[in-house]
Design a protein around this ligand. Structure first.
Ligand SMILES: C[S@@+](CC[C@H](N)C(=O)[O-])C[C@H]1O[C@@H](n2cnc3c(N)ncnc32)[C@H](O)[C@@H]1O
Length: 431
């Protein structure tokens, strides 16, 4: 089976790093396409793939990961609503707010953007949403607007009553919400991607870059930068914020939103740049993976990249409260303070998976992957099913070329995710 050649073709075309989903998943997809096409010899299938863009697209449709749901992670949509209401509208900008959701998968993300903005008091004429995905079947489902239970997760489902109609096969999104999104079939990495589009004020690019290697992430970011307004807002997935290290983005400072403003100054307030708002720190290792990481003392390890510290709250007897505060500080870009609070917490309360995980995120964000990896391993020693730690570790392993172990860790993460969903479903059944 010429699998490496097929993996290379997929990477060149759509950016997929085979290690991110595992070669076995690609192997299964290839076997299915060979059966569908009645092709027996793998070499013949490779030739078909090279000759036929339609066949390549069919394979792409099988290897993509379409996982998505409405109000996924919730915080980014709260941050967007707040930004639109408080910054955009008040700035008296002329014309609508242009928003891009790429990749949009089956439409849950761009439709969530519409619902969140309407809930925030914007009207249909205040904004426009473009949504892009490489998979036409995904877009077909998105345009249809019919969704089943797995697109609705979490406890707060009030939006479903407000914006959906109960249908025989699920929930049908109201037409006016559907009409607010323009769907486009395109490949983010194709030359000339969206070259005719306006500059976007807001780009959502969540849960795509984790499937790319570092070079492809950089390529994708260049495309996003071309599309984004010079002071635009970029939303990434929670495991992807590290890719902005060294680029001209600053945190929006909205907890857990993973939203970053391009350029050093706010759109609405060119004259003021709060001192804690700063460029993402440059990675120490990103371009020189062979150099050993520079050891840093654990106390205030990021002092060199955090010129304006905020006051570090004292540890409290409430263990979870400390870590929630540390998460909040890290989300707002106060890396020194987040790390220091985690370290205090560890001194006071002993080893804790979430504290190690947070320290790892901070280390990753400042470009110290070796330290981040060691901390993730500590977190997983204490909590082997810690999903976020597993996904971050898989990304780190992929980035340093250890694809076999990345695959194993990814499988563990999938099992952990499955267990979490089962538990959530069980809780919902018992509620
Ligand atoms: C995990 S979903 C993310 C959906 C949504 N952004 C979210 O976070 O819920 C990943 C999507 O990326 C799409 N995709 C993969 N490679 C792509 C590419 N090169 N260009 C555009 N879309 C791509 C896949 O089709 C899939 O629907």
């Amino acid at each position: 089976m010429p699998l490496p050649a097929i993996e290379r073709l997929l990477k060149e075309t759509m950016g997929l790093n085979a290690a991110s989903i595992g070669s076995s998943a690609i192997h299964r997809a290839v076997q299915q396409r060979m059966r569908d096409r009645d092709i027996e010899q793998p070499g013949d299938y490779l030739l078909r793939l090279r000759d036929s863009p339609a066949e390549l697209q069919q394979l792409i449709d099988l290897v993509i990961v379409p996982e998505t749901w409405f109000f996924r992670d919730r915080h980014p949509f709260n941050a967007l609503a707040r930004y639109a209401r408080e910054s955009w509208k008040q700035a008296g900008r002329s014309g609508p707010l242009h928003i891009l959701s790429v990749p949009c998968s089956t439409g849950e993300e761009p439709y969530t953007i519409v619902m969140a903005l309407l809930d925030a008091g914007l009207t249909f004429s205040d904004f426009q949403v473009d949504a892009v995905d490489i998979s036409e079947p995904n877009l077909h489902r998105a345009r249809g607007g019919l969704y089943r239970e797995h697109s609705f997760r979490g406890d707060d489902l009030g939006f479903r009553d407000r914006y959906f109609l109960r249908a025989e096969q699920g929930y049908l999104l109201q037409p006016d919400i559907r009409n607010q999104v323009r769907f486009h079939h395109a490949n983010l990495l194709a030359p000339g991607f969206m070259s005719e589009s306006p500059l976007y004020d807001v780009v959502f690019c969540r849960n795509l870059l984790i499937y790319f290697d570092r070079a492809t992430q950089a390529q994708a970011l260049q495309v996003l930068e071309r599309l984004l307004h010079p002071h635009g807002l970029l939303f990434l997935g929670h495991a992807e914020a590290g890719v902005l290290a060294g680029r001209d983005f600053v945190s929006l400072e909205q907890p857990q939103s993973f939203a970053f403003v391009r350029g050093r100054k706010r759109v609405t307030d060119e004259a003021q740049t709060p001192p804690t708002r700063r460029r993402m720190p440059a990675p120490t290792q990103a371009h020189a993976p062979s150099e050993p990481p520079k050891p840093k003392p654990l106390s205030r390890p990021f002092a060199d990249v955090a010129p304006a510290p905020v006051e570090i709250p004292a540890c409290t007897p409430d263990k979870r409260g400390d870590l929630a505060t540390a998460t909040h500080l890290a989300d707002e870009g106060h890396m020194v303070e987040a790390a220091t609070l985690c370290e205090k917490h560890l001194q006071q309360h002993g080893p804790d998976a979430q504290a190690f995980y947070l320290l790892a995120i901070v280390r990753q964000a400042v470009g110290e992957p070796a330290e981040a990896e060691a901390l993730l391993r500590k977190a997983l020693y204490l909590d082997p099913g810690h999903y976020e730690a597993l996904t971050h570790l898989a990304v780190l392993l992929t980035q340093r070329g250890d694809q076999a172990n990345a695959e194993l860790v990814r499988q563990r993460a999938q099992r952990s995710h499955g267990r979490r969903q089962d538990e959530a479903a069980h809780r919902a059944d018992n509620a």
